[in-house]
Structure formats: structure tokens, C-alpha cells
Design a protein around this ligand. Structure first.
Ligand SMILES: [Fe+2]
Length: 356
């Protein structure tokens, strides 16, 4: 079977979680193994998913120790638990970290060179798009490592806005910024194609329209649905086109300072866009058009302002002394190879220093 042509089944809408037992059944599995964020049970969101399995009589195992920016050791531990549990559909429930971990744990349990067991993804934040591809980002001794395989690209995705209504405004905002950046970097990528451009444009339109509403009124299901779909479309775009320098710097800041992914991106988005403008002019025109704004930079700045996430790098903990190290880490990150304009060491340092 050629995995890359297998279409992902997407269940989208209020109450879509109810489709989960049928998804497990259609995969030919009688048991499930749930991988989730530490803390998701306490919010009640995990319970909603588990009850759906229980009502359908599907036994399940659980690995609940995933934390933000998961380390490779978490994947090894989760892989052992899944290996002991045995044959099961793997269900990732949570933010990007949980979904990334579910994919990697499935792969880890299978052992070297083997395909992972099929993964179903249920995002409970709207931003990362981790449900659209078979890869994840993990931390290994302060460095970001990419790990994954086509066999663990989710075969089914549940996008249920009801699972995201409890997200606090701040989390809604910073995770939503991730989706915005995915749209912008995807459009600016040298590898953009007609399909990724279409997805990214629609993603930017949705995020611009719905993120401020979702931040202001978390119970607005139309806004929550718009954000889940926007983040998913942005994920489909970036999976084809790759990302760029905003993510290069963002990864470096997160790995060094423990700042959340979306917040780190929000601190570098505008400086990187200013730096890249000469090389990315046509892409930025598409960004502006998609967001219904006169300029891409204006769109980004205003949206960050409206959702209250527009920090300086100093506010994120970046100091002048840290700048050379962060610049070097960003340039060493493979994601940066895809930037429309790749800075030299000196330019990367100046770019960061200008945003302190
Ligand atoms: Fe991202």
C-alpha cells in the first residue's frame, strides 16, 4: 500500500467525537490506546473522549504523561507502555505535543524499521496542525529533533469544536497565532505549490476572522469551529510547503527559555517578516489579500494586538547575551533552510537584537 495517497478521513463539526468508535472499528481494531497531555483529564475533555469509547464497549489503555515540548525519553517510555498493551488503534488527544507524541509512540512501539499502528488524532487546541502529518518535534538535550514516519500520519482526524470551548483566552490566542504563522510561512515558502497556497490562504482568512472572536468569547462554537478548521488547513499547507525562519527562531527560543511555541513565534513574527519582505513580496501580497488587509505586516501586527499576544523578545526572556546562541540555533534548525531569505550569522544576530 502506498501510504502517501491514502486520504485522511476528517470528522468535523459539533459533537464529531461521537464518530470515534466507528473510526476505530473501520480500522479493524477492537481496542484503543490513548496518548494524551498530562492534565487534560482534569479539564473534563479527556473524559468526554473516553466515555465515547466506553459506551461503545471499546477497551482502551492510556498514556497520560505527555508534557509541553515532549522529550525523547517520554516517547521511549510511552512506546514501552504501548508495546506491553499490544494491538490497538492509537488515539492522540490534546494539543500539538500530545498528537506529536502519539505518532512517535506508535512508531517507537513498533520498533526499528517497522510501521507504527494507525493513529487517530483529536486536537483539543486549534493551532499546531499536528494532525495533518506523520512527524513531530521533540526535545533532546535542549535541541529540537524531528521524528516521524508516513505510517503514523493520522488516518482519521476528529475536529470537534466542543472539545476546545474550555481553552482559556490566553491559550486560545497563543495556539491560534501558531496557525497564523503556519499560513504566512507556508505562503512564503520556496516550496509553495498551488495546493498549499490554496490551503494557506483559506487558513489565514479563517484565523483572521475567528481568532479574535474565540479569544473574546470562548463558548462561541462557530468561532471555535472556524479556528479548528483554519488550523487544520494551515497544517495541510505547511505539510506540503514547509515552514521557515519564524519557526527557526521560535524553536530556538522555546528550547532555550521554555516559552510556549506560539508565544515564541509571536515575538519573532514581525521582525522576520520585515527582514524577509524583499524576497517574499508576492507571498505577502497573498497574505494581505487572504486576511482582507492592506499589508501582511499590518495584518500580523493588528491580529497579535487584538488577541493580546505581541511581546518584545526581552519580555520573553531574551537578553543581548543570549542573542548569538539563539541565532546559531535557528540557523542550524533544518526548518530555516526553507526561509524565503536566509540570513547570514551576522544578519540573524542583528535581526534578533532589533526585536529586543
Ligand atoms: Fe508551529
Amino acid at each position: 500500500m502506498v501510504r502517501s495517497v491514502v486520504k485522511t478521513r476528517v470528522e468535523f463539526g459539533i459533537g464529531a467525537t461521537g464518530a470515534l468508535p466507528a473510526l476505530v472499528d473501520d480500522l479493524g481494531y477492537r481496542r484503543a490506546f490513548v496518548v494524551t497531555d498530562n492534565g487534560l483529564r482534569a479539564t473534563g475533555v479527556l473524559g468526554r473522549v473516553l466515555r465515547t469509547l466506553e459506551r461503545a464497549g471499546i477497551p482502551y489503555g492510556c498514556y497520560e504523561s505527555v508534557r509541553a515540548n515532549p522529550s525523547v525519553s517520554i516517547i521511549e517510555e510511552g512506546g514501552q507502555v504501548l508495546r506491553r498493551y499490544g494491538e490497538a488503534a492509537v488515539i492522540g488527544v490534546g494539543g500539538g505535543s500530545a498528537l506529536d507524541a502519539a505518532k512517535a509512540i506508535s512508531l517507537q512501539a513498533a520498533g526499528p524499521g517497522a510501521d507504527g499502528q494507525p493513529v487517530i488524532a483529536i486536537p483539543t487546541t486549534a493551532g499546531t496542525g499536528a494532525e495533518t502529518n506523520g512527524f513531530g518535534v521533540f526535545e533532546d538535550a535542549g535541541r529540537k529533533v524531528y521524528w516521524g514516519h508516513e505510517s503514523v500520519r493520522p488516518v482519521a482526524v476528529v475536529l470537534d469544536p466542543e472539545l476546545t470551548v474550555g481553552l482559556p483566552p490566553r491559550v486560545t490566542a497563543v495556539t491560534g497565532v501558531d496557525a497564523l504563522v503556519h499560513g504566512i510561512e507556508s505562503l512564503s515558502s520556496p516550496r509553495a505549490d498551488s495546493e498549499s497556497i490554496r490551503y494557506a490562504g483559506r487558513a489565514i482568512a479563517k484565523v483572521t476572522r475567528w481568532l479574535p472572536v474565540a479569544v473574546r468569547d470562548g463558548a462561541n462554537l462557530e468561532a471555535r469551529a472556524g479556528m479548528l478548521l483554519g488550523a487544520h488547513l494551515a497544517g495541510l499547507a505547511l505539510t506540503r510547503s514547509g515552514l521557515g525562519l519564524v519557526h527557526g527562531f521560535g524553536h530556538a527560543i522555546t528550547a532555550r527559555l521554555g516559552v510556549s511555541h506560539g508565544l515564541a513565534l509571536s515575538g519573532v513574527l514581525e521582525p522576520v517578516m520585515r527582514y524577509s519582505a524583499s524576497a517574499a513580496a508576492p507571498a505577502y501580497a497573498q497574505v494581505a489579500l487572504a486576511g482582507g488587509h492592506g499589508s501582511a505586516l499590518g495584518l500580523a501586527g493588528e491580529l497579535l494586538d487584538r488577541v493580546g499576544v505581541r511581546p518584545t523578545l526581552a519580555q520573553l526572556g531574551v537578553t543581548r547575551e543570549l542573542v548569538p546562541e539563539l541565532a546559531a540555533a535557528a540557523l542550524a534548525d533544518p526548518v530555516t533552510d526553507n526561509a524565503p531569505l536566509r540570513p547570514s550569522d551576522q544578519e540573524a544576530i542583528e535581526l534578533l537584537a532589533s526585536a529586543l
